[in-house]
Ligand binder design. Structure first.
Ligand code: SF4
Length: 334
């Protein structure tokens, strides 16, 4: 029998990319990320939504009725997958209603959460209406560093309890860490801790620090220098292999002149106020879903929004510089 790759074996990225090929490059809203709120019970030092975690801004966020109306429109356009994020999605009192409505419509749902607000009741509800993935941020492994990083005493205990409740119900779980100057020594320990939890639990490591939504850039003080990120990746076999895979993929896109990003092709982003955007990292332009339809926004406006990642920079190449232990390692050159 021919060995066929299952959807569950593929990353969401690869899955979306393959499915999108079926549409022969024509835009189609396969998957979207929805920042349902900037409200959050924590105050992580590097958080980009935190400046909008204020009562006057929260009052301007989409209501349940508006969200449901937009969900209907997205569903009508054939979208398959949504990622619900924040802020902290569970900080919205109506989050489970929104989630359940979307689930009943048949969307594949992924929740990005800090895990600290998950209660037995919420976990039971998720067991009844299972998400395709719950991604919980675990940026530190000691009470002191976790609470210091999230600026909330007791956050570490609540996060571990949230993880326990999800594991207890055998729900799909990914734990993830943003590598920063303040947790640089804990990253590989966190990875080891996750590996010891349950073999089904996945782990993601990132290093992306973004300017805050109010434009302030003080968060960059927590950014790890490139060399340190490289050193962390090179110290772990799986991280190393993942780096090679990502670099190969990127080089393939460059060689084939393909767009490096799915934003506006098969992906979209919606912010807490109903602005339809290319992605969470590019909010230069938005289409107001309060005023117009998702269909018009996705097909007529999104393709025109500016993004430097639409085409690879001319002449960009990744060269294999090796890692000294026989592993491939790539570096970008102009
Ligand atoms: S948990 Fe997420 S949304 Fe909340 S403060 Fe931390 S980074 Fe921001």
């Amino acid at each position: 029998m021919r060995d066929r790759q299952q959807i569950s074996d593929m990353s969401a990225e690869v899955w979306s990319e393959r499915l999108f090929q079926r549409f022969e490059g024509n835009p189609f809203p396969l998957t979207g990320q929805w920042e349902l709120t900037c409200r959050c019970n924590l105050k992580c030092v590097m958080c980009y939504t935190d400046p909008f975690n204020r009562p006057e801004k929260i009052r301007q966020e989409l209501s349940y009725e508006e969200i449901v109306r937009i969900l209907d429109e997205i569903h009508q356009e054939g979208c398959l997958e949504l990622i619900f994020t924040g802020g902290e999605p569970f900080a919205r009192r109506d989050f489970l209603d929104i989630y359940t409505y979307a689930k009943r419509k048949g969307f594949l749902l992924n929740i990005f959460t800090n895990g600290t607000l998950i209660t037995p009741k919420i976990a039971d509800h998720l067991k009844t209406y299972p998400p395709s993935m719950i991604e919980i941020s675990l940026h530190a492994l000691t009470r002191e560093s976790f609470d210091q990083l999230t600026m909330r005493r007791g956050a570490f205990g609540h996060c571990l309890e949230g993880i326990r409740l999800i594991l207890e119900r055998d729900l799909p779980l990914t734990l993830k860490t943003v590598g920063m100057t303040i947790n640089r020594d804990e990253i590989l320990k966190i990875k080891k801790f996750v590996a010891g939890l349950d073999e089904k639990v996945q782990y993601k490591f990132g290093s992306d620090i973004r300017p805050r939504l109010d434009g302030s850039e003080g968060v960059y003080q927590y950014q790890l220098p490139k060399e340190e990120i490289r050193a962390i990746e090179q110290a772990d076999e799986e991280f190393r292999a993942e780096r090679v895979r990502q670099d190969r993929c990127k080089q393939e896109w460059i060689d084939q002149g393909k767009q490096q990003c799915g934003g506006g092709n098969y992906k979209f982003h919606i912010d807490a106020y109903g602005q339809l955007q290319l992605c969470s990292n590019n909010r230069r332009q938005g289409y107001d879903l309060r005023q117009g339809s998702f269909r018009e926004g996705f097909y007529q406006y999104l393709p025109e929004f500016p993004c430097p990642a639409r085409r690879p920079a001319a002449g960009t190449q990744l060269v294999n510089i090796g890692s000294g232990d026989g592993q491939e390692e790539f570096q970008e050159t102009a």
